[in-house]
Write a protein that binds this ligand. Structure first.
Ligand SMILES: CC(C)(COP(=O)(O)OP(=O)(O)OC[C@H]1O[C@@H](n2cnc3c(N)ncnc32)[C@H](O)[C@@H]1OP(=O)(O)O)[C@@H](O)C(=O)NCCC(=O)NCCS
Length: 194
């Protein structure tokens, strides 16, 4: 039986190393193709665990975390995430930003991803002034050489949760499994009104 729990503030810190390991394992796959390592992850989530608005939903199989999903008030996000919102004249204080959702493949299709959204939306509702949630997803051409033939985009999964794609995009840079150096990737924002 898989259970999910939600952690905020200082309770997040003990789970950061495992979150990094899940990110490295799951984001290596299509569509992220992230060539990460525990070394490249070091320091990545330090500020996250110290924030007063951060939250993480974790799926446990026994004592082992097998999936995780994060969120943070948009006002505390990095500039490369918030700048497109500023440029569009949007009020950052109304948004909670959803970061990664990473779940080991063998645990998918059991409703855990839905629970991740429920936990994070409940947290977003608890943040003063927040009435909307948002996340961004990497854009890949459908004829990308590394796209598995049976790959199904998550678009319908997100639409069913009430999220819609927007015109807003941001750029993030990471080393990929098919690149010698870091490359720029375009990510599209999706939004939902709580
Ligand atoms: C995103 C992710 C956590 C979803 O987890 P999950 O536990 O498999 O999702 P659920 O079991 O809760 O799915 C719920 C519903 O969405 C559907 N669904 C799940 N994955 C889907 C997909 N790829 N495409 C379409 N529908 C999908 C399920 O069939 C189910 O439908 P139902 O409500 O009609 O029964 C998981 O797919 C994952 O870790 N993916 C790799 C990392 C990633 O791309 N993360 C997102 C960006 S950070």
């Amino acid at each position: 039986m898989i259970r999910t729990e939600f952690f905020t503030g200082p309770a997040i810190a003990p789970h950061i190393t495992r979150l990094s390991a899940l990110r490295v394992a799951v984001f290596r796959e299509w569509p992220y193709l992230y060539d990460g390592s525990m070394t490249s992850e070091q320091g990545f989530m330090e500020g996250f665990a110290k924030s007063t608005t951060s939250g993480i939903a974790i799926a446990f199989d026994g004592d082992e975390a097998v999936g995780a999903s994060t969120c943070l008030a948009m006002t505390e996000e990095d500039d490369h995430v918030t700048q497109p919102f500023r440029d569009a004249g949007l009020d950052l204080s109304r948004f909670c930003y959803f970061g990664e959702s990473v779940l080991l493949r063998q645990y998918r299709g059991q409703g855990i991803g839905v629970r991740f959204f429920q936990w994070r939306e409940a947290h977003a509702r608890s943040l003063p002034g927040v009435d909307s949630t948002t996340f961004c997803a990497v854009q890949r051409p459908s004829d990308h050489p590394l796209r598995p033939r049976d790959a199904i985009p998550l678009d319908n999964f997100w639409r069913k949760r009430g999220y819609l794609p927007t015109d807003l995009t941001c750029t993030m840079t990471w080393k990929q499994v098919d690149s010698a150096a870091k490359v720029q990737n375009i990510l599209r924002f999706w939004m939902h009104r709580l």
